[in-house]
Unconditional design. Structure first.
Length: 420
């Protein structure tokens, strides 16, 4: 954990008392609903569920393991935290004493673990404390199943102790059952129930209209992915120069690293490439989010570096095509459902194991296409932009695909309301 914290930056509080289930303050809530979202992706994914429970008037205890997850939770639920309806805390390490102290202190009436956060001591301590636990929006790969089976009885008992298990797909449910889960149900993916901020979507589309260029967003890039995309853009610039054209008159590429600790390295990469670029953080300082001024600041710039947090819907709304990072290196892929929900055609890379069923469905529906490399993705995006009818078909297909799969949150809340 200390190594990871040094690498990532942020406030991790690795050896804080809370990490060991020791608390100086009295618990603010009596019998809250406890939801665990380990990191950034899970915190974003659980937002529809948390918001629905807040709207019901529930008191929420939201736990995390990583600093990025906690920072995203603080941003997303700032008003609920301010009012005292939601409290954030670190999940204690998976030691028997730490987990027992956690449950004794907070005494939640029910717990919800997201996706694949199954810790044996945590589950065992919840069982001893008579606290029902639900595994929600669960995904479980073949590799995860093999690892679980190798660990034997301890993991079989953990999966068998859940009050209810809601899987993203039928395949996930079948593998979870083999791991020991009792009668897992298929509820779908919470990410389909995402509620995107209208104001960001409005400003993004307004920016696109005022800019008057074709915009490609390269979203949620991770380690090792920025450089190939920058090189692909450099090749386009070289080709345009040979034809006597200025690429920045027709296109704008938005490069958005997934994690804030990589903002500076991405900026250094763009600086060394010689590509004319502007940072989103600089634009905010200059224009206080005015779309008109932002569009003017982008004049002569070919790349917009997204070095801010919480603005991904705005970047999607500002673009005509979205290339999804995390899938062009062997990292398992990233969530692309937000882009489809806004009606933006999607290009994914070859590495999408964490979202494989969703990717296959989106490909079948005509909402997404797959590219083999970063350069291939850029070339396919350019081709799509030259075919407005194809863009319109993919946009409509993506929007309807998301609408068709909504409802996972309602299914889980029905069970939580029975328990609580």
């Amino acid at each position: 954990m200390a190594f990871r914290a040094r690498k990532s930056g942020g406030q991790w509080q690795i050896v804080s008392k809370e990490r060991f289930g020791k608390y100086l303050e009295v618990a603010r809530h009596k019998n809250p609903i406890w939801i665990h979202a380990v990191s950034l992706g899970e915190t974003r994914g659980v937002q529809p569920l948390v918001q629905a429970l807040l709207d019901q008037g529930e008191q929420i205890l939201l736990t995390h393991i990583t600093a990025t997850g906690r920072a995203e939770g603080a941003r997303a639920f700032a008003s609920a935290i301010k009012s005292g309806q939601l409290v954030q805390q670190w999940l204690p390490y998976d030691f028997p004493g730490a987990t027992l102290r956690f449950f004794k202190h907070y005494n939640p009436k029910v717990g919800v673990l997201m996706e694949r956060e199954v810790w044996p001591n945590l589950i065992a301590s919840a069982k001893r404390a008579h606290i029902p636990i639900v595994l929600a929006s669960a995904r479980f790969s073949d590799n995860a199943l093999r690892q679980s089976l190798r660990l034997g009885k301890v993991m079989r008992e953990a999966y068998g102790s859940f009050y209810a298990v809601y899987a993203q797909t039928l395949q996930d449910a079948q593998r979870l059952e083999q791991a020991g889960a009792r009668a897992p149900r298929v509820s779908g993916n919470f990410k389909f129930d995402v509620s995107l901020p209208d104001i960001q979507i409005h400003h993004g589309r307004e920016f696109n209209d005022l800019l008057g260029r074709k915009v490609i967003v390269i979203a949620s890039t991770r380690e090792g992915e920025d450089e190939p995309f920058v090189k692909a853009i450099e090749k386009l610039v070289h080709r345009a120069d040979l034809q006597g054209k200025d690429l920045s008159e027709d296109y704008l590429f938005c490069l958005v690293p997934r994690h804030p600790q990589r903002f500076e390295s991405a900026a250094e990469l763009l600086e060394s490439s010689g590509l004319p670029f502007i940072r989103r953080s600089y634009m905010i300082k200059k224009c206080e989010r005015s779309s008109a001024i932002a569009a003017r600041l982008c004049e002569g710039k070919l790349v917009l570096l997204g070095d801010t947090l919480g603005e991904m819907p705005r970047f999607y709304a500002a673009s005509q095509v979205a290339i999804i990072g995390g899938s062009f290196a062997p990292l398992g892929g990233q969530n692309f459902i937000e882009a489809c929900a806004i009606g933006v055609p999607v290009i994914v890379g070859p590495h999408t194991r964490n979202f494989e069923q969703a990717v296959m469905d989106a490909l079948d529906e005509g909402a997404a296409i797959r590219a083999s490399t970063a350069e291939d993705a850029i070339q396919q995006a350019i081709k799509m932009l030259d075919d407005p009818q194809r863009l319109a078909r993919m946009s409509e297909a993506g929007y309807h695909w998301v609408q068709k799969h909504r409802g996972a949150v309602a299914r889980v809340i029905t069970t939580l309301n029975k328990i609580a």
